[in-house]
Ligand binder design. Structure first.
Ligand code: HEC
Length: 208
């Protein structure tokens, strides 16, 4: 009987502690709110990365990049990154963009060991499947071409050595807002010109 009482007392104590912990977490949440501005704590980041690593099956982690990172492939990866990824990750992979800095968790610096020490398979899986409860979307399509994601893996490996010329070229490929697109369209129409413009002696050589 005495043992049962002791067990019940311990159980009660544990439940009380859990309740107090939950109340403290709740109060903290209410006081701090759910703002995305905060920086995750080191502990939270470590736990999230550990969980992500545990949730990646060994057969995916051990995948080797099947594509050769030659110039053409890297150029493809660079274009794709400038178009789809740079809005959060920045052309240089630093994550220093308005969106990247204000997400929770923030877009990490892809040039740093945290990313570069992932296996090819892990980076590939992240690109294909995204990261739940974060701003990182899934990009793989069910019957899509895996080579595009592998080209991105090669490009991410290349990021620490990105040249200023490559960065400049990427700036032209970054998506534009409607305002800038409108300007571009006007410019294109002007350059292609109507017939009268093409015949305009003031603009020699302007043909279709
Ligand atoms: C809308 C914003 C957004 C876009 C667009 C985006 N990402 Fe991310 N990405 C994130 C965020 C936020 C994280 C960090 C998630 C975390 O810490 O759990 C992340 C994480 C990653 C990681 C893991 C890095 C690490 O060390 O944990 C890789 C690799 C990555 N992104 C690649 C890409 C690629 C390639 C593209 C384009 C095809 C892309 N991302 C597009 C927001 C974005």
């Amino acid at each position: 009987m005495k043992r049962l009482e002791r067990a019940l007392a311990i159980l009660g104590g544990v439940l009380l502690l859990a309740l107090l912990g939950a109340i403290a977490a709740g109060v903290g949440l209410v006081r701090r709110g759910l703002s995305a501005r905060a920086q995750p704590t080191r502990m939270e980041e470590m736990m999230a990365l550990q969980m992500r690593s545990m949730a990646t099956p060994a057969r995916v982690r051990d995948l080797k990049n099947p594509v050769q990172p030659d110039a053409a492939l890297l150029a493809g990866g660079r274009h794709h990154f400038a178009d789809h990824c740079a809005s959060c990750h920045a052309n240089d992979g630093s994550g220093a963009t308005e969106m990247g800095k204000n997400l929770y968790p923030k877009a990490p610096d892809l040039r740093a060991p945290r990313t570069q020490e992932l296996t090819d398979g892990e980076i590939f899986a992240i690109i294909q499947n995204g990261i739940r409860l974060s701003g990182m979307p899934a990009w793989g399509e069910e019957h899509g071409d895996d080579r595009e994601s592998w080209a991105l893996v090669s490009f991410i490996r290349h990021l620490p050595k990105l040249s200023p010329e490559e960065q400049r070229e990427m700036e032209d490929l970054n998506p534009r807002g409607p305002g800038e697109r409108g300007e571009d369209q006007d410019e294109q129409e002007f350059l292609q010109g109507g017939d009268e413009k093409a015949a305009d002696p003031a603009m020699p050589g302007m043909k279709h």
